[in-house]
Design a protein around this ligand. Structure first.
Ligand SMILES: *Cc1c(COP(=O)(O)O)cnc(C)c1O
Length: 231
């Protein structure tokens, strides 16, 4: 299978499940997760019509972003150390993985220098897994209130990575809970905060995520094939 045919197939699956759930297929955007894949793979997907890509590792990402010759948009979706924010400033239009105030403050510093705003999602660790980043559901509102005070960040929604399940139905309660939490945040009416994006769903479970309201699905393997774990 080529990247182009995988992309067509994926877009069809996303559109089909969106329609079945009574949603406009246009309300779900595919974030093509290109971590560990070369710039050529990104360019192949871009030539097939994909514009939005997600990356996880700062060094790999900045090198790749410099090589890609097609017009693309990047989101940062991985765990992010504050001392590396400077390297991605201006290169990404959204960061999905804001999970603590210190990180948000560093994004504020770097985007202030650029005199632009950075769209961010707050990552929530719903299951409270020690191995995953994300704020807890209990601390979410406090964090959103603090981040909302930073003028160069715009909180656009929430992101989650559920625990791994062989059966994609296992992830569904976590998607449903993220949507509920977004409703709680929206109802708090925090100035400057909108909850119009829900980043949830990967190759194995994006259909359940779309049914539960995902607006950004982050898909790597089903588009680019298995990853070479070379880190
Ligand atoms: C790698 C990754 C994905 C994509 O996972 P696949 O199973 O390959 O689709 C999505 N989200 C995050 C945060 C990731 O790190």
């Amino acid at each position: 299978m080529t990247i182009a045919s995988n992309l067509i197939h994926l877009q069809e699956r996303i559109a089909t499940v969106a329609r079945r759930a009574g949603r406009d297929p246009e309300s779900v955007r595919l974030v093509a997760v290109s971590k560990t894949k070369p710039a050529e793979a990104v360019e192949d997907a871009a030539r097939a019509g994909q514009r939005l890509f997600g990356e996880n590792y700062v060094q790999e990402f900045t090198a790749k972003a410099g090589e890609v010759r097609e017009p693309v948009e990047w989101h940062f979706i991985g765990a992010l150390q504050s001392n590396k924010v400077r390297q991605i400033a201006g290169l990404v239009t959204m960061i999905h993985s804001v999970d603590r105030l210190s990180l948000a403050q560093e994004i504020e510093r770097q985007w202030a220098k650029l005199d632009t705003t950075c769209d961010v999602l707050i990552q929530v660790n719903i299951a409270g897994e020690a191995t995953k980043s994300g704020t807890t559901a209990g601390e979410l509102l406090t964090l959103v209130r603090e981040v909302a005070l930073l003028p160069h960040l715009r909180v656009r929604g929430l992101m989650t990575m559920p625990p791994f399940f062989d059966d994609p139905e296992g992830a569904r309660p976590y998607f449903r809970e993220l949507k509920r939490l977004a409703g709680v945040v929206a109802a708090a009416g925090i100035p400057g905060v909108v909850m119009d994006e829900l980043s949830m769903g990967m190759s194995g479970d994006f259909e359940a995520a779309v049914e539960e309201g995902a607006t950004l699905v982050r898909i790597g393997t089903s588009l680019f094939g298995e990853r070479e774990y070379r880190r």
